[in-house]
Design a protein around this ligand. Structure first.
Ligand code: GAP
Length: 460
């Protein structure tokens, strides 16, 4: 792969075209409304895609909320009072700088142009003046579509946490520091949307606002950066594909006083996967000003009212999914034949255990069905008896199933089956009576190792 001028070439084995094609063929991601010619930068998720997205959300929620005692969840409205977006600065300042190419009329983001070259037609230095383009998607609410009815589809889930700060504080009787987390759809009228599901107009975010005392907010910022990197370890993203990058002062969002991106080395260069932002007390302050309601917190240690500061890790489900698809793609050789294998971690793989009778022979099928029934309550399973066993192993490898269980003619006599490992292709024989335990143990062994957590910041 070519060097992108941004460090060494990506170590990823797949390009975007390969992943887009595999995702469609195997049922991860489809172009939206394809029978009508699709719709720009909009995708539908297929049977394997939805399983994978559930696993991503589940793992994030476990890591950020259920596995801790200092973070709680909410689900806010997608369309809410437009004053929220006036106060947050999105109506005025949520813009991208745009220019038009005078040669091909393509509308492109000025900050995405490299060396004055149009990314659409390659012409150099022939652009209109730069102007700001607001990314909010508008709708109208109620029977009359006049100015007073304008509302917005939320461009981030974060504001739902800020406007509910007081409600969560009062209903859960929390003390600082604590976080509020949310997973949900967000919408932006994005202009540059080339890289498959990397940047779309409708996407799903996983965000957490961590409210803390200003005195140790920077320590929490450092803590959450590490904690987020550990999550990527836990879902199996290879360390060599990830890095931290601190934002320069002039590229930070209007609310942020420090931001670090977790970046991925995609085939087109290093790009943002997740942002970890230190938002200061910007959001609570502006909502207090605009709503006229106090959003202060009485700090018993200091015996004073303060506006808490906020550290925010924010990422998109779709971008995590693209990263996992690209990162997990591998090609090797098995029995002299090339195979494509998705090396998903077990907690992310859409199917954890494939159940495959050796053939469609009548003697095998009832036992294979019985084995599937035994496993179904415990794992995400997939039963497949079409085509040769070799073809079916390849299919499971290509969708990243870590383990397959094969029912053969010996099973009828010894009530045992074979477990086949995706990565090593090794097979072991296990009695059906101990199969659930054996699979659980093996899936656990296959989970990637994770570094120890950073110490929890203390206040002096
Ligand atoms: N609340 C802060 C916020 O929304 P952001 O950097 O604009 O910050 C956070 O978005 C994350 O959401 C990004 O790092 C990315 O993973 C995801 N994201 C943002 N815009 C996206 C889009 N148009 N398509 C897909 N994912 C997007």
């Amino acid at each position: 792969m070519a060097d992108d001028g941004n460090g060494p070439a990506s170590a990823m084995k797949a390009d975007l075209e390969t992943i887009t094609s595999l995702a469609k063929q195997r049922g991860f991601v489809f172009p939206s409304a394809e029978i009508y010619g699709g719709f720009a930068a909009t995708y539908d998720y297929g049977p394997l895609g939805v399983e994978m997205r559930r696993n991503i959300r589940e793992s994030w929620w476990q890591w950020m909320v259920q596995g801790r005692d200092d973070v709680v969840g909410i689900e806010g409205a997608i369309i809410t009072n437009p004053d929220v977006w006036r106060a947050s600065g999105h109506v005025d300042a949520f813009t991208d700088p745009l220019v038009d190419c005078l040669q091909c009329n393509a509308r492109v983001r000025a900050d995405h142009i490299v060396d004055g070259v149009c990314p659409s037609c390659g012409t150099k230095d022939r652009f209109t003046e730069e102007r700001d383009f607001n990314l909010l998607l508008r709708t109208s609410v109620g029977p009359v579509a006049d100015e007073g009815a304008i509302a917005y589809l939320r461009p981030e889930t974060a504001q739902g946490m800020f406007v509910n700060f007081e409600n969560v504080l009062n209903s859960t009787r929390r003390r600082l520091p604590f976080g509020i987390a949310q997973i949900g759809k967000s919408f932006r009228n994005e202009i540059t949307t080339q890289q498959f599901i990397f940047r779309t107009r409708e996407f799903e975010q996983m965000e957490m606002e961590f409210f803390c005392h200003p005195e140790n907010a920077l320590d929490w910022f450092a803590y959450w950066r590490e904690e987020r990197m550990r999550w990527y370890q836990s879902i199996g993203v290879r360390a060599e594909h990830l890095r931290f990058r601190d934002h320069d002062e002039d590229e930070r969002s209007h609310y942020s006083s420090a931001t670090t991106d977790i970046e991925v080395h995609y085939p087109w260069g290093w790009s943002e996967l997740e942002g970890v932002a230190y938002r200061g007390n910007y959001d609570l302050t502006v909502h207090q000003e605009h709503s006229g309601k106090s959003l202060s917190y009485f700090d018993q240690q200091a015996e004073e009212h303060i506006i808490p500061h906020v550290v925010e890790p924010a990422v998109g489900v779709d971008r995590v999914m693209l990263t996992l698809l690209m990162d997990a793609y591998d090609e090797d050789e098995v029995a002299g034949e090339k195979r494509v294998v998705m090396r998903f971690a077990p907690n992310i793989a859409p199917v954890a255990v494939g159940v495959l009778p050796l053939s469609r022979n009548d003697k095998l099928l009832p036992t294979a069905r019985r084995v599937h029934d035994v496993l179904r309550p415990h794992f995400r399973t997939w039963y497949d008896d079409a085509q040769s066993i070799g073809r079916r192993y390849r299919r499971q490898d290509e969708i990243g199933t870590p383990l397959c269980v094969t029912v053969d003619f010996e099973t009828i006599d010894d009530d045992a089956v074979t477990i086949r490992d995706r990565d090593t292709t090794e097979q072991i024989r296990v009695p059906i009576s101990g199969l659930v335990e054996a699979l659980r143990g093996r899936l656990h062994e296959l989970q990637p190792a994770v570094d120890d957590p950073a110490p929890i910041p203390e206040r002096s």
